[in-house]
Design a protein around this ligand. Structure first.
Ligand SMILES: C[S@@+](CC[C@H](N)C(=O)[O-])C[C@H]1O[C@@H](n2cnc3c(N)ncnc32)[C@H](O)[C@@H]1O
Length: 208
C-alpha cells in the first residue's frame, strides 16, 4: 500500500478523533488520563511508517488515557485491547463508542479493560503481536512494575512501541537505559528534537 494512500486515509481519521475526543473528555477528576498527550500523537503519526503493520495484529495498549492510539490502531485494522486504571475506563469506553467508523470496525471493536502495572498483568495473556505505550514513563516508582508487566505481555515475542516525552525530572532516560534494557533489546527508532519526544521499539530477550 502506498504512503499516499496511508496519508490520505489518516488525515480525516485524525480530524475525526480530535473532534470526538474533545467532546468526550471527562476532565477534572481524571488527572493525567484526561488529555491527549503529545507522545500519543507522535505514536499515531509513526503508524504511517511502512515497518509498522497493524492490520490483523493483536495489540494491547497500556495507560491508554483517552484511547487515541489504540482507537486509531483499531481503525487501521488491528484487534485492540485498551487498558488503564479503573478510574480512566468510563472515558476510554465513551471514546471507543464515539469513534466507531461509519463502516464499522475493520477487525473488532476495541476491548476496554483495567490493567494496573505490576498488579493485574498476570490476568492478561502473553500472545500479543504489539504492545503500545504513549507517555506512560513518568513515575519512577512504577518503572520496575512497568518492565514486569511488559515482560509478561511479551513472553511470546510481542514487539513494544513506546513513545515518550524525555523528561529529566522524571528520569525517563533511566527507564530505557537501565530498567527496560535489563530484559529487552531496545532501539530508538524516532526522535523529535523540538518536542523532546522519542519513540523506542523493544523486544524481550529470550533469557528466561
Ligand atoms: C500521561 S498519561 C498518557 C495517556 C495516553 N497514553 C496519552 O499519551 O495521551 C499516563 C496514563 O497512564 C495511566 N497510568 C498511570 N499509572 C498507571 C498504573 N500504575 N497502571 C496503569 N495505568 C497507569 C494514567 O491513568 C494515564 O492514563
Amino acid at each position: 500500500m502506498s504512503k499516499l494512500y496511508y496519508l490520505s486515509n489518516l488525515l480525516p481519521v485524525f480530524l475525526l478523533f480530535f473532534f470526538c475526543l474533545k467532546t468526550q473528555l471527562f476532565g477534572a477528576n481524571l488527572g493525567v488520563a484526561a488529555p491527549v498527550w503529545e507522545a500519543a500523537l507522535h505514536l499515531c503519526r509513526y503508524f504511517e511508517d511502512p515497518s509498522v503493520e497493524l492490520r490483523g495484529r493483536r495489540v494491547i495498549e497500556l495507560g491508554a488515557g483517552t484511547g487515541v492510539v489504540g482507537i486509531l490502531a483499531a481503525r487501521l485494522g488491528a484487534e485492540v485491547t485498551v487498558t488503564d486504571l479503573p478510574l480512566a475506563l468510563p472515558q476510554l469506553q465513551a471514546n471507543v463508542s464515539a469513534n466507531v467508523p461509519p463502516a464499522g470496525w475493520p477487525s473488532a471493536p476495541p476491548v476496554v479493560l483495567p490493567l494496573c502495572w505490576g498488579e493485574d498483568h498476570l490476568t492478561f495473556p502473553s500472545d500479543w503481536d504489539l504492545v503500545l505505550c504513549a507517555d506512560i514513563v513518568y513515575l519512577p516508582e512504577t518503572y520496575p512494575l512497568l518492565v514486569e508487566t511488559l515482560a509478561h505481555l511479551c513472553k511470546n515475542g510481542a514487539v513494544v512501541y513506546l513513545s515518550s516525552k524525555m523528561r529529566t525530572e522524571h528520569r525517563t532516560q533511566s527507564f530505557y537505559e537501565e530498567h527496560l534494557q535489563s530484559r529487552f533489546d531496545v532501539e530508538l527508532v524516532l526522535r523529535d528534537d523540538k518536542q523532546n519526544n522519542n519513540i523506542y521499539r523493544a523486544s524481550k530477550r529470550a533469557e528466561e
